[in-house]
Design a binder for this molecule. Sequence first.
Ligand SMILES: [Zn+2]
Length: 325
Amino acid sequence: MFAIDDGIVIKELGLHLDASRRKDLSFISHAHADHVAGHKSVIASKLTARILSERIKKTTLYPMAFNKPADINGYTIELLPAGHILGSSQIQIETKGKRLIYTGDFKVKPGLLAERIEIRPTDILIMETTYGKEKYILPELNQIVDQITEFIESARENNSVPILFGYSLGKAQDLMSMLGKRGYITSVGDHIYKLAKIHEEFGVKFGKYERFDLNHLEGKVVILPPHLSRTRTISRIKKKKTAILTGWALDKGAEARFGVDTAIPLSNHPDFEELMTYVAVSKPSMIYTVHGSPEFAMLLNKRGFKARHLDFYQMNLWDDLHLLE
Ligand SMILES: [Zn+2]
């Protein structure tokens, strides 16, 4: 039913899943750069398709609503919310009474803006396992939110500008919405601003926010993408406190690694327990893991599940997985 071709492909449909290179037809789970390429045609959720319409040109977009199955050549395709960022999607593919679910990036516990994830029983599960090691356990969301607001308040007590670094798509809008609800005014990078405008078309509210302007930062909370943390833009702000928002904050030395004062573990990915919860609920007879290390698949094997890590770089083209045949 499916094979590996620098990514996963449903052969009979010619449908690739988050292919990294240009294809005739690919499902795009969400618009983070590592899941996007300039395909000829794309199946995606409505919000993802809208974001992609700004990002990739000369593409035919097929936006699909969640939970609205479509039949194509004997296959039924349905998008399910993934809980990773708003609009992020899993894809369920059924044929001859067998079901495959590809998660894309996902999150089991509720996030700040994303739709609640839907976990269904499946025969084959292809899942991301970015934080697939037992040591990765995230604190509860309300504790993380407290940590963020405490960081902002203590920066202000020092007359410093609080600067939060988070991915432009997803993390930044999560922060804008959460801080907006608490009455903070945010000053956000250009790309974050543009993406926020698209989110507003879909009914999301952010409170007061403006485009980042070095000369107007007083009283604002700055949100910028992580790649700016070591740039001149930041060094020109004299009094500041910086924080990175990422699951990698769980690792020792994250502050030095990202060049910031504080690292706060706000993640849009599932931690180890959430990964196990997903598997327990979906009860797949076969699990393929993508992203992260092979360790999680090995651990699943030890716990009685049939699992294999897919390393696209080490697999042969069209390495057939013969699953549903
Ligand atoms: Zn992602």
